[in-house]
Design a protein around this ligand. Structure first.
Ligand code: CDP
Ligand code: CDP
Length: 231
């Protein structure tokens, strides 16, 4: 059976990574969380004192980009690949609201994007990949056979992300999570380099009122149809 490339873009907490992991598992494809790579660079900048609430040394980060080695290792127990920064497992550390508060600024830097896009394209060169992010269907895999653009209301998305953060034990306020979601929506969709936009050939899915099962059923149907069309 022919393997295809599935590109999933959309705003934060629209369920991209959940459905991407489900699809990859079902189809036997590789799942790549491109957002984790931008979070990894942000985490590096935080750990090395290059970014804080008051200061962001963009030049130093660009200068140090070669020191940043991002890898993924499949975790059998979890059923997906976790992200590593210079051999340190940072899968959990990059999901904090603090990392989320800086990541869109880091992701707006062209030099950062160039490095990560190159790595993402290599990871997907043999197809059989499901990648989620903001520019996958528009920049990384412009020729992807299936492109999805996921949307949901900001309030619904903030509730989803708030619940996740509380569940993992982080002390956060709903208002701060909503503010972060809205800020990132704005920065991600208005930046100059590779803004979040719907690719002309992407299928839009509003999952504000869809359960995870409904969302998966709908998207799996689309994936199966696309794979059949490519036979
Ligand atoms: O999980 P969530 O949707 O909140 O975010 P993410 O997918 O982990 O992405 C974090 C941030 O990385 C986004 O807000 C974007 O600023 C950036 N990003 C990007 O610019 N391009 C991508 N392909 C993926 C993420
Ligand atoms: O990857 P992205 O940031 O787009 O979203 P996600 O991490 O897949 O989903 C964020 C949270 O929303 C997860 O806890 C999902 O279980 C939840 N979600 C949901 O409850 N219903 C949906 N239709 C989609 C996501």
């Amino acid at each position: 059976m022919n393997k295809i490339t599935i590109a999933i873009d959309g705003f934060s907490s629209t369920g991209k990574s959940t459905v991407a992991k489900q699809l990859a598992k079902y189809l036997g494809y590789v799942y790549v969380d491109s957002g984790a790579m931008y979070r990894a660079v942000t985490y590096y900048a935080m750990q090395n004192g290059l970014i804080s609430k008051d200061d962001f040394n963009v030049e130093a980060l660009i200068y140090q980009l070669d020191n940043i080695n991002i890898t993924f290792k499949f975790n059998e127990k979890l059923g997906f690949a976790e992200v590593y920064l210079n051999n340190e497992n940072i899968e959990r550390a990059i999901r904090t609201l603090e990392v989320s508060s800086f990541v869109s600024k880091v992701a707006a830097i062209s030099e950062v994007r160039q490095k990560l896009v190159e790595q993402q394209q290599k990871m997907g060169q043999d197809k059989g990949v499901v990648m989620d992010g903001r520019d996958i269907g528009t920049v990384v895999f412009k020729d992807a056979e299936l492109k999805l653009y996921m949307i949901a209301s900001a309030e619904k998305r903030a509730v989803r992300r708030f619940d996740e953060l509380i569940e993992r034990g982080d002390q956060v306020l709903y208002e701060d999570v909503l503010k972060n979601v809205q800020e990132r929506d704005h920065i991600d969709s208005t930046r100059e380099d590779s803004p979040l936009v719907k690719a002309a050939d992407a299928i839009e899915i509003d999952n504000s009122d869809m359960t995870l099962d409904e969302q998966f059923d709908k998207i799996l149907r689309l994936a199966k149809m696309t794979i059949e069309d490519c036979e």
